[in-house]
Design a protein around this ligand. Structure first.
Ligand code: SPV
Ligand code: MG
Length: 553
């Protein structure tokens, strides 16, 4: 339902309803939270909040922007005080177009001349437009609106200007004839007498609106006796109470020489955060920002010497595998670029063998001095300090497509391994040891797939799994939540403590520790891919990736 319809329905209800003046999103929200039915986008409040007089000094755009802020902050309708429409009928047409398009429920337009001055100003210049001119403006406004429910309420300032009851009545009737959806009758007297005289004489079937700022003793228990009054505006009490509170706070800070005594009297900062929609923002962050933009630490174990003699002797010489040049760019450089493009910049590379050859900008090198005697898991654990939150472990000798990481980091399971269902299709050297996986569910048949939602999990992982039993291969990429990385660290440290005099790969390989984690009842989830990655262990692997990766990427 549009806010214009909601406003119209409020006018159809029995009795009257109250709207309260506000000047920005926050004050409008406070009005809604207090349970009022609508917002009065008061020209007095908005201009005062800019510290300028309420005298058409701000422009239509200033009032429109303030109204938009208020409208976006609340779910109740906004009735905008549009002064005299900021000009003649031509300005009115443009004004209605703008305010209606912004979702404003209705406007109150007054029959004063431009520039107007506030109605309550003691010596204010209260010059009225001719009836004919203002009738033209009401007709222009009604003609300009698009939806049938947008409300144009005409405000006569005849009593404010001292032109008397008869003039007020003549004007109000003429504005109704011009199509006004309501009449606001305003008075600056300190009793409701002249308003009541008007209300009692009112005989049109169009609702009345009042603003009892000066005749404030006319409270709701009295207003209810006048059924022609349908909307009551408490026009400026929000900004006046704000000024009262601000002055008091400033006075106390000045007087006591600090904020110690005043702080407990104020709303906690947490309440301010809540008021400005921070909870919603955090919720949205979880839903729509990549992994809630939780920082991801990357560990790349790259300490070992290359295993394949042909690769080492012919191509690498004394370079670590991660620095292997694949068409003009090293494996590590390519992977760092993918990580950076996903906003991941905390990249820790555990180095050992010819560590001086690993020179890439934007990485943190961590030394595994014992690299000759230890394995991949020991290298990972060299970065234990860096594993203090969500952690991505990536083997140093693999190339992969960006989409794999893009999908993986959206998962929020505690431990997720990337597994590939294509290994059976690949031509593989029989002697090559693969990190095979038995997952609970088989891969889906058919085309290249990338399953994000399925809840598959790993049952077994290891190089000793019979090839015909396995349904996937571990790619060498694993993601751990803060809790998940805690589990990995706990298992590694327990293993170390068990083996006193711990040395040379006692920790076992990564697969073994994952298997242990599973065996002790922890869930290890998976992110399934079909191709899109390759490892570079051998000279043959190198020839293959060189033919795929061009120097352009
Ligand atoms: C306003 O709140 O800006 C009004 C009401 O127009 S009054 O200030 O009484 O004129
Ligand atoms: Mg006003």
């Amino acid at each position: 339902m549009s806010k214009a319809t909601i406003l119209r329905d409020l006018f159809k209800r029995d009795g009257f309803f109250k709207i309260v003046g506000a000047h920005n999103g926050l004050t409008a929200r406070l009005v809604e939270l207090a349970g009022f039915e609508g917002i009065w986008a008061s020209s007095l409040e908005v201009s005062a909040s800019h510290a300028v007089p309420d005298a058409n000094i701000l422009t239509m755009i200033d009032y429109l922007n303030a109204a938009i802020d208020m409208n976006e902050a609340v779910s109740i309708p906004i009735v905008v005080d549009v002064d005299q429409g900021y000009g003649n009928s031509t300005n009115v047409i443009h004004m209605v177009k703008k305010f209606e398009a912004a979702g404003i429920a209705g406007i109150v337009m007054e029959d004063k001349l431009f520039p107007k001055q506030n109605s309550l100003l003691a010596d204010g210049r209260q010059e009225l437009a001719s009836i004919a001119e203002f009738v033209g403006k009401v007709m222009a406004a009604k003609n300009a609106q698009i939806s049938k429910d947008f409300m144009v309420i005409a405000r006569t300032e005849a009593l404010i200007a001292g032109w008397g009851q008869e003039e007020a009545m003549k004007r109000a009737r003429a504005y109704v004839d011009a199509g006004a959806d309501g009449i606001m009758i305003h008075s600056k007297k300190d009793t409701p007498d002249e308003i009541l005289e008007f209300v009692n004489a009112w005989d049109c079937d169009v609702p009345l609106v009042i603003v009892p700022t000066n005749y404030h003793s006319f409270t709701e228990d009295k207003i209810k006796n006048y059924p022609k009054i349908k909307m009551v505006i408490y026009a400026n009490h929000v900004i006046r109470s704000a000024v009262t509170a601000i002055k008091e706070t400033l006075r106390e800070i000045k007087k006591t020489g600090g904020i110690d005594t005043v702080s407990p009297k104020l709303i906690p900062i947490s309440e301010l955060f809540e008021l400005q929609g921070t909870t919603d923002m955090k919720e949205n962050e979880k839903r729509f920002l990549m992994s809630g933009k939780e920082k991801i630490n990357v560990i790349i174990p790259a300490a070992g010497a290359p295993l394949d003699p042909k690769l080492r002797e012919v191509i690498l010489k004394d370079t670590p595998v991660c620095m292997l040049d694949v068409n003009g760019k090293s494996i590590l450089q390519r992977n760092v670029e993918i990580l950076n493009s996903l906003g991941i910049s905390s990249i820790n590379v555990v180095v050992g063998y010819n560590s001086n050859k690993i020179n890439i900008e934007g990485i943190n090198k961590i030394m595994n001095t014992n690299f000759e005697e230890t394995g991949v898991l020991d290298s990972i654990m060299c970065a234990e300090e860096q594993m203090d939150g969500k952690t991505l472990i990536i083997y140093s000798d693999i190339l992969f497509e960006k989409r794999i990481l893009e999908g993986l980091i959206k998962k929020d399971d505690d431990i997720v391994l990337v597994i590939d269902s294509s290994y059976k299709e690949r031509k593989i050297d029989e002697s090559k040891l693969l990190d095979l996986v038995i997952a609970k569910d088989d891969p889906a048949k058919g085309e290249r797939i990338l399953k994000l939602e399925e809840d598959n999990e790993i049952i077994k992982i290891g190089q000793d799994i019979p090839k015909d039993k396995a349904n996937f291969e571990f790619v060498g990429i694993a993601l751990f939540s803060k809790k998940g990385i805690g589990i990995l660290k706990k298992f590694c440290n327990e293993t170390k403590n068990l083996n006193k005099g711990f040395k040379k790969s006692d920790l076992g390989d990564f697969n073994r520790i994952i298997q242990k984690i599973i065996d002790e009842g922890n869930k290890v989830s998976c992110f399934e891919v079909h191709k899109g990655w390759t490892e570079v262990h051998t000279f043959e692997d190198y020839k293959m990736v060189s033919s795929i990766h061009s120097s352009r990427d």
